[in-house]
Design a protein around this ligand. Structure first.
Ligand code: BES
Ligand code: ZN
Ligand code: ZN
Length: 499
């Protein structure tokens, strides 16, 4: 879908439908909504009086104009209470509106800029949120559907405003929003791909396409390179699979004068998690093609960062491998030596994310990176704790955790901090090695996080557990059922905040 911005009058638009909006409880219709209401001889205000339109968030009322104005349909979108209005309201309303109109087979739509200049939102923020919301709301993955051409598609969305200055600001926001939405789409596509297609090799190819698209440096380490660097934990996970593992490294140089202004993004890239010899149940394994969502998010975020060009350096590291129970698979009780020399006793081969990230974090430290965010579908326990609404955040530097939580807030991705604490260490002390890879049932997400943190070696580090938030169970706002692309937008905003 194309998103455009232009100076113009909604009532004169000559496409399939226009979208106007209304806050909850508002009786007097102003601006473009008021003008459309007058053109429709008071139909909208009449529906408000009758109680059919209340303006509650997500309410969609489709009115046929029957020749009273040029567009044949008007969609009145509820914005909810004005006091609750945020950029995320704009994303959701934009998404639900275009999905509603696509269902009615409308191809070209013009819309009001939802709430620019209201509640402190500038037009650029609104433009970005509208582009993000509408593109993400229309997302679908139908490449494996034989009859995919049968679905109606909505091809063009034009944001209209009468004020040329506001149009210029909206345009700036829209061009950023398109870049962001493209990145989230890439992440969702990668996660949707089945594991027989999205192998570690294919992930490395996608990373190469991203690097070529926006001029990033790239390096892909293979098994012999990993062996040379003594990445015993990553190799231990990979040894049960016939798919060759890859350690993918992408580099964006946005602040070459200040090498210290450098963000490291790490993502768990388990392209299929069978559990290994501690094999999962059928139900537990069913969605494990999505265990590379952290790696996909990091690669996708780099694509947007490469286009948006913030003044910061960013290095992304994705350890990509399958976790399979082949004849050479690692066994419970095995001990592996990580790149930084620490040894880990494998208690459960299904706790593999922390193992591949242990070596990825060590590799990041060997590159001198001092500010690290890792993203991983790490534990089922985080879904028990926070459900699918909040990503769990953990870290060893409160200021940095606060920065990441604030970036999530701005991006509209909810992030909630959980504790790390020395007292949990004894849960994962090993009798025969430095640490174990699991620590019993209690505090499962914290233990997983702290095991990764053991390798941070003085760097500021934040871990995001996206086991719950990387997918959505139902269509809601701009997240259709399936992969969400979380936390691509948070990572992009974080890089922009540092630049
Ligand atoms: N990939 C899983 C975590 C997961 C679970 C992601 C559900 C998405 C949805 C991870 O590798 C895993 O299996 N973790 C174990 C850890 C346990 C063995 C300590 C878990 O959560 O049960
Ligand atoms: Zn696992
Ligand atoms: Zn896993």
């Amino acid at each position: 879908m194309d998103v455009k911005v232009s100076v113009g009058d909604l009532t004169k638009w000559s496409g399939g439908a226009i979208v106007v909006n209304i806050f909850q409880g508002v009786k007097e219709l102003g601006g473009a909504t008021g003008a459309v209401d007058r053109a429709l001889d008071g139909t909208i205000s009449g529906l408000i009086e009758d109680g059919e339109i209340s303006g509650r968030s997500g309410e969609m009322t489709l009115i046929h104009t029957l020749g009273k104005m040029s567009p044949s349909r008007v969609l009145v979108a509820g914005l909810g209470k004005q006091t609750d209005f945020t950029a995320d309201t704009v994303r959701s309303v934009a998404a639900i509106s275009v999905r509603r109109l696509r269902r009615s087979a409308v191809q070209r739509v013009a819309t009001i800029a939802h709430g620019a200049d209201i509640a402190g939102l500038d037009a650029e923020t609104v433009g970005r949120a509208m582009a993000e919301g509408s593109a993400l709301g229309l997302y679908r993955f139908d490449k494996y559907k034989t009859d995919s051409n049968d679905h109606p598609s909505l091809d063009e969305l034009t944001i209209l405003d009468l004020d040329p200055d506001k149009v210029a600001e909206l345009e700036g926001g829209v061009s950023q929003g398109i870049i962001v939405a493209d990145a989230v789409t890439l992440c969702r596509d990668m996660v949707n791909e089945p594991a027989n297609s999205m192998t570690p090799t294919r992930m490395a190819e996608v990373a190469l396409e991203v690097a070529n698209d926006c001029g990033l440096g790239i390096e892909v380490l293979d098994r012999p390179d990993m062996a040379e660097m003594s990445m015993g934990a990553l190799l231990g996970v990979a040894q049960g699979s016939n798919e060759p593992p890859k350690l993918i490294v992408l580099r964006y140089e946005g602040d070459p004068e200040d090498e210290d202004n450098h963000l490291g993004l790490l993502g768990k890239g388990i392209t299929f998690d069978s559990g290994g010899l501690d094999i999962k149940s059928a139900a537990g394994m069913a969605r494990m093609k999505g265990d590379m969502a952290g790696g996909a998010a990091v690669i996708a975020a780099m694509n947007a960062i490469g286009h948006l060009k913030p003044k910061v350096n960013v290095t992304a590291i994705v350890p990509a491998t399958e976790n399979m129970p082949g004849g050479r698979a690692q066994r419970p009780g095995d001990v592996v030596r990580t790149m930084n020399g620490k040894t880990i006793e494998i208690i459960n081969t299904d706790a593999e994310g922390r193992l591949v990230l242990a070596d990825a974090v060590s590799y990041a430290r060997s590159l001198g990176l001092m500010k690290l965010v890792d993203v991983a579908t790490l534990t089922g326990a985080v879904v028990v704790a926070l459900g699918k609404a909040y990503t769990g955040a953990f870290g060893n530097d409160q200021d940095f955790v606060d920065e990441v939580v604030a970036a999530g807030d701005q991006a509209g991705e909810r992030v909630w901090q959980l504790p790390v604490y020395d007292g949990y260490d004894r849960q994962y002390k090993s009798d025969i090695a430095d640490i174990k890879n699991t620590g019993g049932r209690n505090a499962g997400s914290i233990i997983g996080a702290q095991i990764i943190g053991e390798f941070s070696d003085g760097a500021s580090w934040v871990h995001l557990d996206i086991a719950g938030t990387s997918t959505s169970d139902s269509d809601g706002g701009y997240n259709p059922r399936g992969p969400t692309g979380t936390p691509v937008r948070t990572l992009i905003v974080l890089a922009q905040q540092m630049g």
